[in-house]
Design a binder for this molecule. Structure first.
Ligand SMILES: [Zn+2]
Length: 105
């Protein structure tokens, strides 16, 4: 891992660069942004609202979907809430597929 600020090599477990003090957050491909509620691109059924909430709060995704469906069926507010959440919650950024570091160009 290298510091994006000064370019020096930093330990993989380090959170700060020992040379310049810049924050060096490890980049995990495919992982959602920690602490931010987003609608992940996978897994999702419609807009990713249920899976986004489940991932963000550590809930069971099936339970979230089931509760939401029950809200739609019995309350009728589930659809409106889903549409609002769909608009309000940002979509997770595209993540690049992990590349092998074997062959150089
Ligand atoms: Zn640095």
């Amino acid at each position: 891992m290298y510091c994006s600020h000064c370019g020096r090599q930093v330990e993989a477990a380090a959170r700060f660069c020992p040379a310049c003090g810049a924050v060096v957050a490890p980049v995990v491909v495919g992982a959602p942004i920690f602490g931010q509620l987003v609608r992940p691109r996978t897994p999702r059924v419609f807009g990713g609202v249920c899976s986004g909430l489940a991932l963000h709060y550590g809930w069971d995704i099936t339970t979230v979907r089931l509760l939401w469906v029950l809200c739609v069926l019995f309350g009728g507010t589930g659809i409106l809430a889903y549409i609002i959440a769909w608009i309000v919650i940002p979509e997770a950024p595209y993540t690049l597929p992990e590349r092998g570091t074997g062959s150089g160009v």
